[in-house]
Design a protein around this ligand. Structure first.
Ligand code: ZN
Length: 235
């Protein structure tokens, strides 16, 4: 199968960022598929909200429902088995001695992009859409623009393809991501992002804040709460 310039594969975790990326892709490409990765993450609730989000985002616009194609979940047991981080093991979320947060899973985004490209190759998708960004850069070297661009070059060389990796949030912080959701889909998309996406590292879907569900104290919750507060101030 040759790659279709109208088809995109979105790395869709069920979090705020990747949900906004999915909406972004649905406004641009006539066929949009999604892929999620199961790597034993402690916040596996992310995976549980994915089908709900897909269904609800389709309900926002008929055009989006027509464009949204298959969903794929790839189990990465090997990554789960070799990871010793706060996201896959029950350990404190903090800054480790190497200066990186203990939530850093070495190689994770590189592995995700490799599997996504292998899937895109088979599905005939030219475009990969991913939510990595530098603005809220929490010290993750695999979110850097240079990393993504290098990965795109390596994948195209190694697969003899012409993939384009889109990272619409590369320069946008969490406040900007809420604003982008509203720009793309108005209040209904913004409400969906707040209500149904999941960011909390601890998988808390019990405590509801104005910015959505979460424990309120883990780094992901703090980032989201802070971003929402700035978004509300600016709007
Ligand atoms: Zn949390």
């Amino acid at each position: 199968m040759t790659a279709s310039p109208d088809t995109a594969l979105v790395l869709f975790s069920g979090g705020q960022d990747s949900t906004v990326c999915l909406a972004w892709a649905l406004t641009r490409f006539s066929r949009v598929e999604t892929v999620g990765f199961d790597y034993g993450q402690r916040h596996a609730v992310e995976l549980a909200v994915r089908p709900i989000l897909r269904e609800r985002i389709s309900g926002l616009r008929k055009e989006w429902a027509d464009r949204l194609g298959d969903d794929h979940v790839v189990k990465l047991d090997a990554l789960a088995a070799m990871s010793e981080t706060a996201l896959t093991r029950d350990m404190q979320i903090e800054i480790a001695e190497n200066g990186l947060p203990t939530t850093f899973v070495p190689g994770r985004n590189l592995i995700f992009l490799s599997f996504a490209a292998a899937l895109a190759y088979r599905r005939g998708a030219k475009h990969l859409v991913a939510g990595m960004g530098e603005a809220d850069y929490s010290g993750y070297p695999d979110c850097r623009d240079e990393t993504i661009k290098s990965m795109q070059a390596a994948l195209n060389l190694g697969m003899e393809r012409d993939f384009t990796i889109h990272t619409p949030l590369m320069r946008i912080d969490k406040a900007g991501t809420f604003a982008l959701a509203r720009d793309i889909g108005g209040e209904p998309l913004l409400d969906l992002v707040i209500e149904a996406t999941h960011s909390c590292y601890l998988g808390d879907r019990v405590h509801r804040h104005d910015w959505g569900y979460g424990c309120g104290t883990c780094p992901a919750c703090k980032l989201r709460a802070d971003g929402f507060a700035r978004f509300v101030q600016e709007k």
